[in-house]
Design a protein around this ligand. Structure first.
Ligand SMILES: Nc1ncnc2c1ncn2[C@@H]1O[C@H](COP(=O)(O)OP(=O)(O)OP(=O)(O)O)[C@@H](O)[C@H]1O
Length: 262
């Protein structure tokens, strides 16, 4: 990890057109190479935070800086170029189920090499094909390269998604509930793999999670949101599980109070 901030949120607020204030005056800096776990109850603003980082959701107030660039100042072409440096891992994998595992991984190169058409994998350059196999090998699935993605288990599909992310050569990784669709054993395996890869490649990661046990085992730094505000931002070594439980217990108390008031 370096001291250089790769991501900086400066007093960011986001209000949707529905009137919901999803983020309230959020400020934090992520250092290069840092792995951050974002926690918070349902609706606390975690996904919105990730979407404002990529500018898929424009912020209402404040500034989002990525690699010293104010994201709001970019035109569409510049924004597309910057987004290519961001790898995504989603809860539902976002694979093309009818295509092979190998073709899905090749998709990761699309941003870098727009001429590749992965459903026509034989046309991809030999170097890209070899790279895709190496990415699959890294996640332990090269033996399933020819298998249709939809035939894989959830854990295997998430590994393919991680291989596709690797193929993209990103500089940061945004993982939105990457283990939410998996059983606990597969969840642990995926978190371990993701963290190993992030460290190996010196990537910066922001990962949203609900599972406190995984958060405490795998996070270097934890940021907790409640109702759009940061209520905790600490290094993992300074935390114990009682403090983590507090993030959610308080949410339950607040929800109960709201129910009682209604
Ligand atoms: N596109 C949208 N339009 C209007 N309101 C939205 C939209 N997306 C999210 N919200 C609202 O913004 C708030 C924050 O939602 P967000 O999805 O960011 O929370 P979250 O912490 O990711 O929740 P979860 O853990 O359930 O995924 C919620 O009140 C939600 O209903």
């Amino acid at each position: 990890m370096t001291d250089r901030a790769i991501i900086e949120f400066q007093n960011v607020s986001k209000t949707y057109s529905s009137g919901t204030q999803a983020l309230k005056n959020i400020s934090f800096r992520a250092q290069e190479g840092e792995a951050i776990i974002l926690l918070g109850h349902n609706g606390s603003g975690k996904s919105t935070l990730l979407r404002t980082l990529t500018q898929f959701e424009p912020v209402t107030n404040g500034t989002v800086i990525f690699q010293e660039t104010n994201m709001q100042m970019l035109n569409k072409k510049q924004l597309r170029a910057l987004r290519r440096k961001i790898g995504f891992v989603f809860q539902n994998f976002h694979l093309v189920e009818n295509l092979s595992v190998f073709q899905n991984v090749l998709f990761g190169a699309l941003g870098r090499l727009p001429l590749i058409f992965p459903s026509f994998a034989p046309l991809a350059a030999q170097s890209e094909r070899m790279k895709a196999m190496a990415c699959l090998d890294r996640v332990g699935l090269s033996h399933l390269a020819a298998r249709r993605a939809g035939q894989l288990s959830g854990g295997q599909q998430q590994k393919v998604a991680i291989a596709r992310m690797l193929m993209q050569d990103p500089e940061i990784v945004l993982a939105d509930e990457p283990v939410a669709s998996l059983d606990p054993k597969a969840g642990i395996e995926i978190m371990q793999l993701l963290l190993e890869i992030v460290r190996e490649k010196k990537l910066t990661m922001i990962c949203t999670l609900h599972q406190l046990d995984l958060a405490i085992n795998y996070a270097e730094r934890l940021i907790a949101l409640r109702d759009g505000e940061i209520i905790m931002d600490r290094r993992n070594k300074d935390l114990n599980s009682a403090q983590l439980n507090w993030i959610y217990e308080n949410a339950k108390i607040q929800t109960a109070k709201r129910g009682a008031q209604a």
